[in-house]
Design a protein around this ligand. Structure first.
Ligand code: ADP
Length: 503
């Protein structure tokens, strides 16, 4: 007995149905055809083709000029077309539909054989690839793929531009080594590519070279791409152009060098001037003392000698109001200049000196500092509380200077209207020791809290003595220790100076 039509259809690998052209209803279909549309145990014979291929969830546009069934039914020609159909559960499938006419004895088309091949996977890949390509074209990262031998199969426009080529097509088929400087070619071939092949990826800084010999510093992220079975098939590379970053780095290094040089120069000037100005200052001080002595001698001579009274009175007035006053101003100014110069000298020494770092017992150091201000503390009736302090790594002389200056200020800027309270505390914060010197003094308004570290900056120069150098020295010494100083203060209530130093 010859096999039935259904059995013959079932022996094909492709999903096949036979459609009656008079009503577009299915006459027969093989199991593969049912499978492709996700239909099980359901009679489809007699249903319209679009009922099955679109499940009426998505109305079929047929008949239209793209429907191969219509083309074959109306023209009698074979037709092939790609179509989107839907499974019974609504899932989209891409099919390549091929139709063949079946004619009766008179050549009239009576049926169409409809073969549907599932091309969903290929289509999805094409779609993904096209999305990737569109994305890659807008990116300012370079994207490139090669085969396992390094022969290029794709690059985006940005990478093409970095390689100095006119269009991506010109690059295809060339080997990746073409675009590396000669000295790096062996590194790429003998080191990087074998690493990618054995470990799956390599990431690092590796410059590219364009066909014109221009070098682009770049970070490259090279990785192996495998097929569905896990077999490596391509090498992919994502390239970040770091020219601007490198340029900024170079500019910054240059600026830093310039800054260091200028700083050194400045420190040298401060050192030389503060040092050299001391000699004339010593002369001024010495000679004004001499003048003072002469003044005293002169006074006694005038008093003792037999000089007419009117002359005595005249000379006495000149001596007291002019000479004595001038001498006082000269010695006051010399004293002021002396403290300014020693402050400047201290500042420049801090800048110039090498740090002798050691682990410092801050409790002991604080005992030393407090002993030097003991007299003031007693005189002012200040309540001082020093908590247990963590150690830190620093230069003893400089750390002593930092804390002495802060304690001096805490004492100096107390509010005369209330009893002074000063607290010194500290704690460890990861690899830092953070200390706090707190006072209940006059405080610092927010707008001045940054400025107080500037050289010679004083908020109320007439109300207290000082040169405006104490905090400049503190901030310079802390900077040298790679630490930080900051203040939290309420005007009229008090200040907390924080110091953080590597522990
Ligand atoms: P100086 O004390 O010689 O004026 P500093 O550099 O030590 O110089 O301080 C700068 C200014 O900051 C001071 O003139 C003062 O106005 C303000 N200042 C510093 N410490 C305190 C403090 N603990 N409380 C209030 N003001 C302070």
């Amino acid at each position: 007995m010859p096999p039935s039509r259904h059995n013959i259809l079932n022996s094909f690998d492709d999903p096949i149905s036979i459609i009656d052209v008079s009503n577009f209803r299915i006459l027969d279909a093989n199991d593969k055809y049912l499978n492709i549309y996700g239909i099980e145990n359901e009679e489809i014979v007699g249903k319209t083709c679009h009922e099955v291929t679109h499940h009426l969830l998505h109305p079929c546009n047929a008949p239209d000029e793209t429907c191969p069934l219509m083309i074959t039914a109306t023209t009698g020609n074979h037709a092939v077309n790609e179509h989107i159909h839907y499974k019974k559960n609504g899932e989209k499938i891409y099919l390549e539909v091929a139709t063949t006419p079946v004619t009766d004895g008179n050549g009239k088309i009576i049926q169409v054989i409809h073969v549907a091949r599932d091309i969903t996977k290929r289509k999805m890949m094409e779609e993904e690839l096209s999305i990737f390509k569109r994305f890659a074209e807008t990116s300012n990262l370079g994207y490139g793929f090669s085969d396992l031998d390094g022969d290029i199969i794709y690059i985006n426009s940005y990478l093409c531009h970095l390689l100095g080529e006119e269009e991506p097509k010109k690059v295809l088929g060339k080997n990746v080594v073409t675009y590396y400087p000669d000295d790096l070619k062996p590194v790429l071939l003998n080191d990087i590519l074998p690493t990618v092949l054995s470990k799956g990826s390599w990431k690092g800084e590796l410059p590219l070279m364009s066909i014109n010999g221009e070098i682009t510093p770049a970070i490259q992220n090279i990785s192996l791409i495998s097929d569905d079975s896990g077999k490596p098939v391509y090498i992919g590379n994502v390239i970040t152009n770091i020219s601007e970053h490198k340029k900024a780095e170079e500019d910054r290094d240059q600026l830093n060098k310039e800054l260091t040089r200028k700083n050194k120069e400045l420190e040298e000037i401060v050192y030389v001037t503060s040092h050299d100005l001391r000699t004339p200052l010593v002369n001024i001080e010495g000679f004004s003392k001499e003048l003072g002595k002469s003044y005293n001698d002169l006074t006694s001579i005038i008093l003792e000698e037999n000089i007419p009274e009117y002359l005595k009175a005249k000379v006495a007035s000149i001596m007291e109001s002019d000479i004595a006053e001038s001498l006082t101003y000269i010695s006051k100014s010399a004293y002021k200049m002396d403290s300014l110069l020693s402050g400047l000298l201290k500042l420049s020494r801090i800048g110039r000196s090498e740090l002798a770092l050691e682990q410092l017992d801050m409790n002991n150091l604080m005992i030393d500092i407090v002993s030097t201000v003991e007299f003031q503390i007693k005189k002012k009736g200040v309540k001082l509380k020093v908590s247990d302090l963590p150690s830190c790594k620093g230069d003893e002389a400089q750390i002593n200077q930092i804390f002495s200056n802060l304690i001096d200020n805490a004492l100096k800027y107390l509010d005369s209207g209330r009893r002074g309270i000063i607290k010194v505390s500290g704690h460890k914060d990861n690899d830092k020791s953070v200390y706090c010197i707190e006072d209940n003094g006059i405080g610092i308004a927010p707008e001045y809290q940054e400025k107080i570290y500037n050289i010679f900056h004083r908020l109320n120069p007439d109300k207290s003595s000082g040169e405006g150098l104490g905090l400049t020295i503190v901030s310079r010494a802390i900077e040298k220790h790679h630490g930080k100083v900051w203040v939290e203060s309420d005007s009229g209530k008090g200040s907390k100076f924080y110091v953080s130093i590597p522990a």
